[in-house]
Design a protein around this ligand. Structure first.
Ligand SMILES: Cc1cc2nc3c(=O)[nH]c(=O)nc-3n(C[C@H](O)[C@H](O)[C@H](O)COP(=O)(O)OP(=O)(O)OC[C@H]3O[C@@H](n4cnc5c(N)ncnc54)[C@H](O)[C@@H]3O)c2cc1C
Length: 484
């Protein structure tokens, strides 16, 4: 018998919006999206730091069903991406489904349905929950002595203090990931002094970020086919050049990336001492590769300083490094990334028979093919644990995952079963294969990165993107427990 399930989507970022749009298209209308903030956009709402932009080309970092002729740059700024997401949500009418300012705090599976509790708000029930709560979402704050003693403004890059005065100020940036590199390029012209505190040097791939011309935008508008062709071409380049390559540490593409990054360092940094400080002691792409057209140029400006000595502590007037030197600062920015092991948490999730997700994930999060967890029926994750992450579009990843999840939903709605989730056995098998495959990847060739879990195993999809696409094409139902 056909059923019309009730859906709750948690999170109105890129993946939550995608879910609402696709459910709507499939004719599922009983859908509520809970978003704890007062605006949609997730990452692109939260990160408002100077220089924030995607580092995957905008025409690839777009939904396949909503190409955008108006991207201003090859890598467009964060605010433009947020506006794009808002526009797509509006055009597809799903902004109406979002309940803002409503944080989901608890979900319990009881009598075949999910009971949902929100912070100080209403309770709800759903047959199916789509968790789109994000991966780079909970800021990771460094454990540095004296952080509270600093007299000036201190904030994480994802919580930018727009009241802090930057003009002429002495600004310290802690961290050397993609965000820190974007910040350095954007701040160096404004601030008095820029101090970049580097624990680990990074390989940097120089890719120009040129604006699109009016003519190009007019062409994309008039002939959308050209945009689709561009997206396909970019997808192929990123799949073959990055995603498929990094899972084989010996691949020619990884060697080529290494060579391009090395040449960039040699040719762009004039001072030999600075060049050596900026030279990583591990292989390119072991950490997520930094894409930047101007980092080396910016860090060589007279008002920029690279501080490669370790941080001893933060004091009232600045940062003291282990060599005893005090670097006096007015503003301190922590570009120290995110807690990537949170996923659904801190939501308290209770599955069948009182099984708590916190217990199941006590050591580390895992999931069958990153979307389903045994004993947590009809709960599907987008951008969940151990999925593909790297230098390619997470929109592509979420679209493939949702198309896969939709096939499971159709099964539920078609009356084939009432509940489904991956089996324990299939999940364990998948996890064992994943850990084994991770041994061949470039991520385990001798660096510390946010890809690695507490055991040093990359907590990501260790196979090619082509394989991901194949596996997401159709669920293997024998790996699922179907309950009538
Ligand atoms: C600075 C930065 C740059 C990036 N650049 C790229 C890039 O170039 N290419 C790329 O592919 N990826 C990039 N990413 C990764 C980016 O996070 C993803 O591409 C994408 O935005 C993730 O979308 P999402 O919907 O899964 O999660 P998010 O965007 O994190 O959205 C999750 C949403 O869920 C909400 N939420 C969470 N918990 C709850 C709860 N309990 N109740 C209610 N609501 C909740 C949050 O408020 C948020 O709105 C970048 C990330 C950062 C931080």
């Amino acid at each position: 018998m056909k059923r019309s399930p009730r859906f709750v989507v948690v999170g109105a970022g890129m993946a939550g919006l995608l879910s609402a749009i696709k459910l709507d298209e499939a004719g599922f209308t009983d859908v509520t999206v809970y978003e704890k903030a007062d605006r949609l956009g997730g990452t692109w709402r939260e990160n408002t730091y100077p220089g924030v932009a995607c580092d995957v080309p905008s025409h690839l970092y777009s939904y396949s069903f909503a190409p955008n002729p108006d991207w201003t740059h090859v890598f467009s700024p964060g605010a433009e991406i947020r506006e794009y997401l808002e526009g797509v949500a509006r055009r597809h009418g799903v902004d109406q489904r979002i309940r803002y300012g409503t944080e989901v705090t608890r979900m319990e599976h009881r009598d075949g349905r999910w009971g949902i509790e929100t912070a100080g708000g209403p309770r709800d029930e759903a047959d199916v929950v789509i968790a789109a709560t994000g991966v780079l979402h909970h800021p990771s704050l460094p454990d540095i002595d004296g952080l509270d003693d600093f007299a000036g403004a201190t904030f994480h890059s994802a919580r930018w203090d727009h009241g802090a005065t930057l003009e002429g100020a002495r600004v310290g940036v802690v961290g050397t990931g993609s965000t820190a590199v974007q910040l350095v390029g954007a701040l160096v012209d404004t601030v008095g002094e820029l101090h970049l505190f580097q624990r680990t040097a990074q390989w940097v791939l120089p890719v120009p970020n040129r604006p699109f011309t009016d003519e190009e935008r007019a062409l994309y508008r008039a002939e959308p086919g050209t945009m689709r062709a561009l997206r396909d071409e970019l997808s192929k380049t990123f799949t073959e050049g990055f995603a498929n390559a990094v899972v084989d540490a010996e691949s020619p593409q990884v060697k080529m990336l290494q060579e391009l990054c090395r040449a960039n360092l040699e040719n762009s940094v004039a001072d030999p001492d600075l060049r050596e400080k900026l030279r990583p002691n591990y292989r390119a792409a072991c950490k997520r590769l930094i894409i930047s057209p101007n980092f080396y140029e910016a860090i060589q400006r007279p008002n920029a300083r690279l501080v490669a000595e370790g941080i001893d502590r933060v004091e009232r007037d600045g940062i003291r490094t282990v060599d005893g030197r005090l670097h006096e600062l007015d503003v301190l920015v922590l570009a120290t990334g995110f807690r990537v092991d949170r996923f659904l948490r801190p939501i308290e999730v209770v599955g069948r028979d009182g099984v708590a997700l916190n217990t199941v994930w006590a050591k580390r999060p895992s999931a069958y093919r990153s979307v389903s967890i045994p004993e947590f029926p009809n709960l599907f994750m987008l951008n969940g644990p151990n999925g593909p992450v790297g230098n390619f579009s997470l929109i592509d990843v979420a679209e493939l995952q949702f198309a896969y999840v939709m096939q499971l939903i159709e099964r539920l709605a078609g009356g084939g079963c009432r509940e489904l989730c991956a089996t324990e056995e299939a999940t364990e098998r998948f996890e064992a294969e994943r850990v084994e495959a991770a041994k061949n990847t470039v991520w385990v060739t001798g660096c510390r990165s946010w890809y690695l879990d507490d055991r040093g195993v990359p907590a990501v999809w260790p196979w090619s993107f082509d394989r991901f696409r194949e596996e997401m094409a159709a669920p293997r139902l024998e790996d699922y427990e179907l309950v009538e």
